[in-house]
Design a protein around this ligand. Structure first.
Ligand SMILES: Nc1ccn([C@H]2C[C@H](O)[C@@H](COP(=O)(O)OP(=O)(O)OP(=O)(O)O)O2)c(=O)n1
Length: 123
């Protein structure tokens, strides 16, 4: 991936932001001349495809304990990759649509809290 991402030796402990991911995805597409494929509809369909791949990991397993205590490391790594594919396409979709996803998500959390007041939550 472009943008100097390969040089970030400490990346594993860095807090990666949505804007940074957006920028790196843009560079990734530009470097491959793939911008023409990254239309809103294509990105949405690609993301849904990755949601399908993510779902396959959980398919037929029954309920799964939080933290995935009984999973092999390779399975967890695969899960991380599929979660990332969904996130990366979502971030790219938002960017190509001109939506500031971090800002929109923060506002949505506030809206959710107004809609579902903590003192009235009864599940
Ligand atoms: N036109 C494309 C194709 C790929 N990607 C990036 C975003 C995803 O993070 C990843 C998806 O790559 P693949 O389509 O190869 O999907 P997988 O990594 O899931 O591979 P596979 O489907 O073989 O398991 O690559 C992209 O930005 N634009």
């Amino acid at each position: 991936m472009g943008g100097g991402g390969e040089d970030r030796a400490e990346e594993g402990v860095m807090d990666v932001g949505l804007k940074d991911l957006s920028k790196r995805l843009e560079e990734f597409a530009r470097a491959r001349d793939w911008e023409k494929y990254h239309s809103p509809r294509n990105l949405l369909l690609a993301m849904i495809g990755e949601v399908g791949e993510l779902s396959e990991i959980f398919q037929w397993r029954g309920e799964v304990d939080k933290g995935l205590p009984n999973w092999e490391e390779a399975e967890k790594e695969h899960l991380g990759e599929e979660l990332s594919d969904v996130l990366l396409y979502l971030v790219r979709l938002a960017d190509i649509c001109g939506i500031d996803l971090g800002d929109a998500a923060a506002k949505k959390i506030v809206k959710n809290a107004v809609k579902y007041p903590a003192n009235k939550a009864a599940y």
